[in-house]
Write a protein that binds this ligand. Structure first.
Ligand code: SAM
Ligand code: DTB
Ligand code: SF4
Length: 323
């Protein structure tokens, strides 16, 4: 069995990323099989509970008030709408429901409204995840008390490249929020975005940051940039798909017991690319026609893809099809 390491040197990570493709795939797949059922993928569904008008300036994001995108802003959704969406997600086979809000951080008042949502979704028998921006230590404890299972907060990229993407919050702010979440005893969901114009070194540094945390994040979302008109990162050169697959594989090798989620960007990936990602160790996806504000593959397409690849959803079913 592979042991958990938290002392990766950058040269080691770079060497993994540079392995011949087949050697890397073989290695990552072996690590995957030692730690997880080889053909099972966990299903999460996303809902944007508060959309747009965000004060942050993340260069990739449709929801920043600082970019001129066509997105319509929305207020915090009513509780019943959230419950209805979660029920549909559950009927479609999702075991986790993730709620995202376009905030720099939640106010204590809005946090209480999110807590009502968390409790209602838990009552449906689903795991809960929220992503609300920066959290104080007290707010993290409050979410833990309320029974939250996961908090998503991404490092997004390397410490060195970070300043090219975001100026309104620092890398250290993110690390502090992640510490608050971890210390409160909530599972950590933390990953990044590839294809923002970063180098392979930056991807190695991101993975090093994630794996050298005191505990590996339980869930590691790897997003492929979804380019959005009106954002600063619209038009950057697309990442070579093999490079994306390599990064997934190295995440699997470095964090053998974490769920590696093939996150944003699947709508623009070929089925073959996704199959390679699963082979390389990705074992979670977002399922459902929408991510937060952008398109995700059609549910019927994912059902067919799972059937063609012999993959089963961790809950045992996807949509109406038991597999
Ligand atoms: N506002 C909160 C925050 O940023 O902390 C939570 C929601 S935010 C949309 C969650 C994550 O989605 C970001 O950290 C980023 O990694 C990812 N994301 C946002 N827009 C994306 C895009 N266009 N392409 C790929 N990933 C994206
Ligand atoms: C994550 O790493 N990816 C998800 C989730 N965490 C919250 C968000 C993807 C957003 C993609 C762009 C959009 O739909 O707005
Ligand atoms: Fe706001 Fe989150 Fe988008 Fe950044 S990623 S602009 S914090 S919603």
């Amino acid at each position: 069995m592979s042991e958990l390491r938290h002392d990766w040197r950058i040269e080691e990570v770079s060497a993994l990323l540079a392995m011949p493709f087949s050697d890397l795939m073989f290695h990552a797949h072996q690590v995957h099989r030692e730690n997880f059922p080889a053909n099972q993928v966990q299903i999460s569904t996303l809902l944007s509970i508060k959309t747009g008008a965000c004060p942050e300036d993340c260069g990739y994001c449709s929801q920043s008030a600082k970019h001129d995108t066509t997105l319509e802003r929305e207020r915090l959704l009513p509780l019943q709408e959230v419950i209805d969406s979660a029920k549909t997600a559950r009927e479609n086979g999702a075991t986790r429901f993730c709620m995202g809000a376009a905030w720099r951080n939640p106010t204590d008042k809005s946090l209480e409204r999110v807590i009502e949502m968390v409790q209602a979704v838990k009552d449906l028998g689903m795991e809960t995840c929220v992503t609300l921006g920066m959290l104080t230590d007290r707010q993290a404890h409050r979410l833990k008390e309320a029974g939250l299972d996961y908090y998503n907060h991404n490092l997004d990229t390397s410490p060195e490249f970070y300043g090219n993407v975001i100026s309104t919050r620092t890398y250290q702010d993110r690390l502090d929020t992640l510490d608050n979440v971890r210390n409160a005893g909530i599972n950590v969901c933390c990953g990044g975005i590839l294809g923002m114009g970063e180098t392979r070194y930056d991807r190695a540094r991101l993975l090093q940051q994630l794996a050298n945390m005191k505990f590996h994040p339980e869930s590691v979302p790897i997003n492929d940039l979804v380019q959005i008109e009106g954002t600063p990162l619209n038009g950057v050169e697309k990442l070579d798909p093999f490079e994306f697959i390599r990064t997934v594989a190295v995440a699997r090798v470095m964090m053998p017991k974490s769920y590696v989620r093939l996150s944003a960007g699947r709508a623009e990936m070929t089925d073959e690319m996704q199959a390679w990602c699963f082979f390389a160790g990705a074992n979670s996806i977002f399922y459902g026609e929408k991510l937060l504000t952008t398109e995700n593959p059609e549910e019927s397409h994912d059902q067919q893809l799972f059937a063609r690849l012999g993959i089963e959803a961790e809950s045992g079913r996807v949509g109406s099809t038991y597999m």
